[in-house]
Ligand binder design. Structure first.
Ligand SMILES: CC(C)(COP(=O)(O)OP(=O)(O)OC[C@H]1O[C@@H](n2cnc3c(N)ncnc32)[C@H](O)[C@@H]1OP(=O)(O)O)[C@@H](O)C(=O)NCCC(=O)NCCS
Length: 194
């Protein structure tokens, strides 16, 4: 099984995988926020593959200079409880702990997949966009102090998994203005220091 950075061409498979774990919204909504996160923070998205098949993925974003948020993590049902989720989490934490990005061209893989996906004409524009995002990311990517995430009450059996990765429950609130998710559903917020 191979753990690697998520590429643009992984997005469809990954969105379906995330939706199976998070059935409160649609694949389209998940696709939209995952692609936005991948463009903006390519270092914070990973997949694990078994052959050609993506069996697990994790996606995080930086909310501000000090805090990261895990938007989604999921492992295919038949691969659950085999440490795939823990490997993804460890890899993300390692990335967040790095104090600086040494290579500002880190989004080369994403830019390469864009080139193949949409052709040279558009890719030039995207190249510039992604390079400037990489620079923006570099500025933000230092001194992260905490990581947060939330779990819908229906997914609360995942909480022990997060505890093993050092997260603790902080508070309960209700969903509000999350694309496709009904308002007023209880969610549990977890947090850990980096
Ligand atoms: C939660 C999840 C990402 C963990 O990944 P994983 O590879 O199964 O986790 P690991 O093997 O590293 O750790 C195992 C622990 O994860 C948790 N876990 C395992 N299967 C789970 C499931 N179907 N749902 C929720 N948590 C699960 C348990 O605490 C388990 O510990 P145990 O094996 O002692 O019972 C994965 O199980 C999953 O995608 N679950 C379904 C969707 C979900 O709940 N996602 C989280 C939404 S916030």
């Amino acid at each position: 099984m191979k753990l690697q950075k998520m590429r643009l061409e992984d997005i469809n498979q990954v969105s379906k995988l995330y939706q199976e774990a998070n059935q409160f919204t649609t694949v389209k909504n998940i696709h939209n926020w995952t692609i936005e996160g991948l463009n903006k923070f390519p270092q914070l998205n990973f997949v694990i593959e078994d052959g050609q098949k993506i069996i697990g993925a994790i996606s995080a974003i930086l909310k501000n200079k000090k805090g990261a948020v895990i938007n989604d993590i999921a492992v295919l049902r038949e691969y659950q409880s085999k440490h795939v989720g823990s490997r993804l989490m460890e890899r993300l934490l390692k990335e967040l702990k790095r104090q600086e990005v040494k290579n500002p061209n880190h989004s080369r893989a994403v830019r390469h997949s864009l080139r193949t996906a949409i052709g040279d004409f558009y890719s030039q524009k995207w190249d510039i966009k992604l390079r400037s995002r990489a620079a923006e990311y570099k500025t933000h990517f230092s001194g992260i102090e905490k990581i947060t995430l939330w779990v819908h009450w229906k997914n609360s059996r995942a909480i022990p998994f997060y505890y093993r990765s050092g997260f603790k429950m902080k508070r309960v609130s209700q969903t509000q203005n999350i694309p496709g998710v009904p308002d007023g559903e209880d969610i549990i917020h977890l947090e850990r220091e980096l």
